[in-house]
Design a protein around this ligand. Structure first.
Ligand SMILES: Nc1ncnc2c1ncn2[C@@H]1O[C@H](COP(=O)(O)OP(=O)(O)OP(=O)(O)O)[C@@H](O)[C@H]1O
Ligand SMILES: [Mg+2]
Length: 286
């Protein structure tokens, strides 16, 4: 009996959070690096399903860098690099689109549907949701790497209104029929801004922002957006964390109320963040 009573108490404790986020849009960026383990992936999808069933409106944006690398290796495409950055040539773009819009996207949709949740997978091409142009990194041409020019939220809004969880692959197009691969962190942030989301959560493969990447106890639990440049200058924040942190700041400026970077490898990190005040991961604030 006590076990059931505890469960009832837990549910009641979640009530203020369920009320707070009722009918609110929550954008979840699911990082490719945290998506490799199948059991974990299913657990994350269950957490998002629960959020949906208690009245939130989740939107999922996924990455997939690791899977793209695996597939490039499998088909024997050897990439060119400029200053350590991969050049997305025609062949690489073709594989990236197949992996992101096909394999990963539909796999996530299927997992939602296994939970009885209606989900639709789209890429930024569908409904012209994401328009992009070529991104030049300090003047370097990295091929079909795009930067976002415009978000058209129409399709996303109708899916949400029809009770679907939209699952978005970070692929975009332009007026000349080109295809671009965009870092999913940018996509999540731009979509959160365009949908005026209440919350944006980055699920990644580290505990949050660490002061020392090799020491998981060095978690920085809160970062004021005015200190972000300092962290970058000191090279505390590098690599894959840079687009996340830059976009966190942008989303907050665009009116997203709360932005968090969480460990997608930790079971139920998302539920802990949404339904408790456990303070896990890194919160970005203004
Ligand atoms: N200060 C820092 N704290 C934590 N991680 C950091 C830091 N600086 C750099 N990183 C790196 O950022 C990585 C996370 O970004 P990464 O792009 O690899 O994953 P992702 O964005 O979740 O996945 P994907 O790019 O496939 O969508 C970490 O694994 C870590 O190596
Ligand atoms: Mg990344």
């Amino acid at each position: 009996m006590e076990r059931y009573l505890n469960r009832a108490k837990t549910l009641v404790e979640a009530l203020p959070y369920i009320q707070k986020f009722n009918n609110k849009i929550v954008v979840i960026k699911y990082g490719g690096s945290a998506m490799i383990d199948e059991n974990l992936k299913e657990s994350v999808i269950k957490d998002i399903s629960l959020m949906k069933l208690v009245g939130m409106k989740p939107v999922v944006v996924h990455g997939g860098g690791k899977k793209i690398n695996e597939m490039l290796a499998k088909v024997g495409i050897v990439s060119k690099f400029i200053d350590g950055l991969r050049v997305t040539d025609d062949e690489t773009m073709e594989i990236a689109e197949m992996v992101l819009s096909g394999n990963i996207n539909k796999n996530i949709v299927q997992l939602f549907q296994q939970q009885g949740i209606k989900a639709v997978g789209i890429s930024g091409k569908d409904g012209k949701t994401i328009s992009a142009k070529k991104m030049l990194l300090e003047g370097k041409d990295l091929g079909w790497v795009g930067e976002i020019e415009n978000i058209c939220p129409e399709l996303l809004i109708s899916l949400i209104e029809d009770d679907f969880v939209p699952v978005v692959a970070p692929i975009a197009t332009d007026d000349d029929n080109n295809t671009y691969n965009i870092n999913a962190d940018y996509v999540a942030s731009a979509i959160a801004g365009a949908l005026k989301a209440e919350k944006l959560v980055y699920l990644t493969d580290v505990e949050g922002v660490l002061r020392d990447v090799h020491d998981k106890k060095s978690l920085i639990s809160k970062i004021n957006i005015k200190d972000i440049e300092k962290y970058k200058e000191k090279e505390i924040i590098t690599g894959g964390m840079i687009p996340k942190i830059d976009n966190c700041a942008k989303s907050i400026e665009e009116g997203v109320n709360s932005v968090h970077i969480l460990d997608g490898r930790m079971e139920h990190s998302l539920l802990l963040e949404v339904f408790t005040n456990s303070g896990i991961g890194t919160m970005i604030f203004k």
